[in-house]
Design a protein around this ligand. Structure first.
Ligand SMILES: [Zn+2]
Ligand SMILES: [Zn+2]
Length: 243
């Protein structure tokens, strides 16, 4: 099933309790993340409905190497031949198919429950070879330009991806939008995770997609800024707010 585009040119592909995203570009289709295992049919169906054959899926960019984001990758690449991209810190885990580094549940009840239900470090998934390591700050010449923002904390190799032509941020598991914008299920380092949540809060974009939860179609960077942005506590700012 393809949910209607959150933004022109982007299609949300439900992959179990996680999302993948198909971007339509002049250079073919680009897939962000590959969901839980055995969900590849959702990607093939979505591509077909866009009028594309499997070999038109050219790029598969991972936000990080967790089983709910790489699970169907091997099957997708076997069918499409897509080139794969990931941050170097998660490549070894992905190319062995696990086991995964443990997470500490995010603060609060939702994190404790969801981390136990959805994350199992000893899980094994089909391994997938990575063709190209991602570099922090690089602009990938894919779909008109995708900027790589290294955002560790949930996972050491976590990246957020800013698709510039569509002004859309793919946040992966930097945060999620389940019961509102908030923490991912857990962190390898809460301190690093908080610092990483401040990074997109300093950027300007309209839409946002998440590994888990509903996409936001507009004014997304304002929501990020309200949640994690630097507070302007200066005297003048307080006067402005009071006015
Ligand atoms: Zn994750
Ligand atoms: Zn996830």
């Amino acid at each position: 099933m393809v949910v209607k585009p959150a933004i022109k040119g982007v299609h949300v592909v439900p992959m179990g309790f996680s999302n993948a995203f198909l971007i339509e570009g002049d250079d073919g289709l680009t897939l962000i993340d590959a969901g839980f295992p055995d969900k590849e049919a959702a990607v093939f169906g979505a591509s077909r409905r866009l009028g594309c054959s499997p070999d038109q899926l050219k790029h598969l960019i991972f936000t990080h190497g967790h089983p709910d984001h790489i699970g169907s990758a091997a099957a997708i690449v076997r069918e499409t031949g897509a080139r794969t991209y990931m941050h170097p810190l998660d490549i070894a885990i992905t190319e062995s198919g696990g086991p995964f580094r443990p997470l500490t549940p995010a603060p609060g009840l939702l994190g404790r429950v969801m981390c136990r239900v959805f994350f199992h470090p000893n899980e094994r998934v089909n391994p997938i070879a990575i063709d190209q390591p991602l570099t922090a700050g690089e602009l990938l010449p894919i779909a008109g330009g995708i900027e790589v923002i290294h955002a560790p904390g949930h996972c050491a190799g976590q990246v957020a991806l800013l698709w510039r032509p569509g002004r859309m941020l793919f946040a992966g598991d930097v945060c999620m939008n389940v019961m509102g914008l908030g923490d991912p299920v857990g962190f390898e380092s809460l301190e690093d995770g908080r610092a990483s949540q401040r990074k997109p809060a300093s950027l300007s974009f309209d839409a946002a997609g998440f590994g888990h939860g509903r996409p936001i179609a507009r004014d997304a960077s304002t929501l990020f800024r309200d949640k994690w942005g630097e507070r302007d506590l200066s005297f003048h700012a307080q006067c402005r707010r009071a006015a």
